[in-house]
Design a binder for this molecule. Sequence first.
Ligand code: HEC
Ligand code: HEC
Length: 292
Amino acid sequence: MANLPFFWQSVVVILTAGGLIYLLTLGISIYFSKASDVHDVSWDETLEEGTNPAPAWWFWLGISAAIFAIIYMIFYPSFGNYKGLLGSSNVKEYVKHKENIDDEYYKELDMLKRSDMVALQFNADAMKLASNTFAQYCASCHTDSAEGQMNFPNLMDNAWIWGGSVEQITQTITHGRKAIMPSWGPVLGEEGVNKVANYVKSIADNTYVKGQHVAGKAKFQQFCIACHGANLQGNPIVGAPNLGDSAWIYGGDLDSIKTTITKGRNGVMPAHKNRLTPLQIKLLTAWLSRNN
Ligand code: HEC
Ligand code: HEC
């Protein structure tokens, strides 16, 4: 316990001692209280106003309270800066308590560090911790539900751009990702963009019929399969998304697709290695891959 300055120490000592003396005098005054024999008001033959001596147990109550206080003050800190025979103090109690909590905390941390992904995914507390971390560090872009929004991918579907394995997700969060979709407007011209966009959309919408969008398909094979693949399935190594499913980062309507192709896109997922501990990244990875 920190020492009190002299002034406050004196205030505490005076108040404590004063209280004790008051308690003792009160007890003694009760002991010596007598019945007053002044019976000046008489209500009836037998009913007269006067005072009776205080009951004896009041005296004993006062005295035992005072004795208890004195014993307490001998053993525990209560009289100015006097530490008490037991040397107990709030600080000591606090430190002991905190050590216990810390022990629990580090045991828990150690347990989480050693758990594998599946164990973490079945640990409700660990998943709660992960979703809190997500809310704090990731939700501004990916939203609280992690379902994404325009320009930020949905992390709850199974359509992974950069790969959905534990290693790939860990890599994404730790080191970040930079996507480079070149702008094709200058190469393809408006007409070319229009054709290739219609081809892509027909595959994504499942409305493609063989023999349709011939020119668009030819352009796709010439300019796009290097990254997006012959079946539009994408490539996690360069972060080229699957264009044949219903998951879109930048919108799947014809206009959005045309804008993407014409101007290109450069999505950046920031690196979090300096913001998060390895355990936080592990928890987030477990949380994000729990539906895989
Ligand atoms: C050098 C590799 C590369 C080539 C070549 C390429 N893309 Fe991309 N494309 C990407 C990457 C990477 C992204 C993701 C961009 C991002 O996340 O910001 C992407 C995104 C897209 C998207 C947006 C997908 C979404 O979910 O919103 C469309 C549409 C697209 N590309 C179409 C094409 C078409 C059509 C071509 C050919 C004319 C093409 N791309 C050529 C790498 C490529
Ligand atoms: C500043 C905005 C921003 C923040 C903050 C952010 N992200 Fe991202 N994240 C992105 C963008 C943009 C992409 C898509 C990159 C691209 O175009 O390929 C992305 C992609 C991802 C991907 C890859 C998705 C896939 O399909 O492969 C994962 C996983 C991811 N983020 C997890 C997180 C986690 C976990 C956090 C919090 C620790 C986080 N992100 C914080 C913007 C952000």
